[in-house]
Design a protein around this ligand. Structure first.
Ligand code: URA
Length: 433
């Protein structure tokens, strides 16, 4: 291991066998954390070639169980978001794309830091279970074209260990390590094609479009080497997506969007990502044709009905979908008002995400219990003109003491300026093979 650390530190390329000995030794416990930490720091500074990144991904992917989706008919298309605030697109896209006939066999994650997670949002629906046996999962996809479950504990154990170490050694934000971490999990989940939404901005891992492009190209390259088609869409996370942040609040907004009454930004993103999924899933020839199909599924109610079918199949109470006001709410709410007059020129997604965690919508520690009703409903977004004392947002929590903690972050989230900010596109760039 010392030789391999020095080889990487001196800028040389490692072979697949060398990566294999590092990862195998680390997972088995033979190689101690301190040596892997030194190796990660060497990678952080020296980087990895595209071959090294693909080899590392392949070895990580094979460190645990590989999900075999071959019993599901059709082209299985997965979607992944690098994580954002108010990002409830999976709740909309999964039933929408399934309604178009593309099988959705999706493994999702929980909230991480200031970003929310699909599983937590789904569990805001009473009765709904994300724990399924392999048979139930495959059967649901074959029967109704959709199943969303939690990741198997034995899926890519190398990433679980490596990510935990990166988190405490200042080596998370290396593009090769991020690409191999995300792709090893996506590839292990067995999809034929993957659409990746790479978020850029305050609330995201990638802070610049250039970094997002590099990450996109790296993930597409890994996909190519493994025979999977990957499309990356780079989208803005400079403000939260839609108006709601928090689990039940986001389910309500997802229902509105499935019925055609969602916010413009969220709808635009779902149509963009969904149209790529339909083309990859061979249900549409072009993106334009795919958008027409998706809009029809929303207008006819088919997308909403598929969502209900999906909730029912996973044990959820569909009365809550018909009457979203019955979803979890909170004992307390507080209006957050503008401190000055002018245009909202910044609405920092990171601060809003952190405020929502303080309200109880996310976990501060691994064992925190989520308050499903807690969160934020924005009343205004970037570019809106506001008067002093006008409502900017409504905060919800079941713990009154949480408001004071959240307001600190709300105060730093907003910048009000005299000048109207220029319009920045939500969809920045699409990168394909
Ligand atoms: N998400 C992941 O799964 N891994 C990373 O390294 C970063 C974001």
């Amino acid at each position: 291991m010392v030789e391999l650390i020095i080889k990487k530190r001196n800028g040389f390329e490692l072979t697949k066998e060398e990566f294999s000995s590092i990862i195998d030794g680390f997972v088995s416990g033979e190689i101690p954390d301190y040596q892997v930490s030194a190796f990660l720091m060497a990678v952080y500074y020296e980087g990895m070639t595209s071959d090294e990144t693909a080899n590392l991904t392949d070895i990580m992917m094979r460190s645990g169980e590989l999900i075999d989706l071959s019993e599901i008919e059709g082209v299985k298309v997965d979607k992944h978001s690098t994580g954002g605030v108010g990002d409830k697109t999976t709740l909309i896209l999964a039933p929408l794309v399934a309604a178009a006939g593309v099988p959705v066999a999706k493994m999702s994650g929980r909230g991480l830091g200031h970003t929310g997670g699909t599983l937590d949002k789904m569990e805001a629906i009473k009765g709904l279970s994300v724990d399924m046996t392999r048979e139930e999962f495959i059967d649901n996809v074959n029967r109704i074209k959709i199943a969303v479950c939690g990741q198997n504990a034995n899926l890519v154990p190398a990433d679980k260990k490596l990510y935990a170490l990166r988190d405490v050694t200042g080596t998370v934000d290396n593009i090769s390590l991020i690409a191999s971490s995300i792709m090893s999990k996506k590839l292990a989940c067995g999809a034929d094609a993957i659409v990746i939404d790479i978020k850029v901005g305050h609330g995201a891992f990638m802070k610049t479009v250039e970094d997002a492009e590099e990450l996109a190209e790296m993930m597409i390259g890994i996909g190519s080497k493994m025979g999977r088609n990957v499309i990356a869409v780079i989208t803005s996370m400079s403000e939260p997506l839609g108006f709601t942040i928090g689990n039940a609040l986001e389910v309500k907004e997802a229902i509105d969007t499935l019925k055609g009454n969602g916010p413009d930004d969220l709808t635009e993103l779902c149509l963009e990502l969904g149209s790529h999924m339909l083309v990859l899933g061979e249900v549409a020839k072009t993106q334009t044709e795919a958008v027409v199909i998706l809009k029809k599924l929303i207008d006819s109610g088919a997308a909403f009905n598929k969502f209900k079918e999906f909730v029912k199949a996973q044990g959820g109470d569909t009365n809550l979908i018909d009457q979203p006001d019955l979803l979890p709410d909170t004992k307390f709410s507080e209006i957050y008002k503008s401190k000055s007059e002018g245009y909202i020129s910044e609405l920092n997604a990171l601060d809003i995400g952190l405020a929502s965690v303080k309200l109880g919508a996310g976990r501060e520690t691994k064992t925190s219990v989520i308050d499903y009703g807690a969160g934020i409903v924005l009343q205004k977004k970037i570019g809106d003109y506001v008067k002093k004392d006008e409502d900017l947002a409504i905060l919800y929590s079941n713990n009154f003491a949480n408001f004071t903690k959240a307001i600190k972050f709300m105060d730093s989230a907003y910048t009000i300026s005299e000048e109207k900010p220029s319009h920045k596109p939500l969809i920045i760039k699409t990168i394909t093979r």
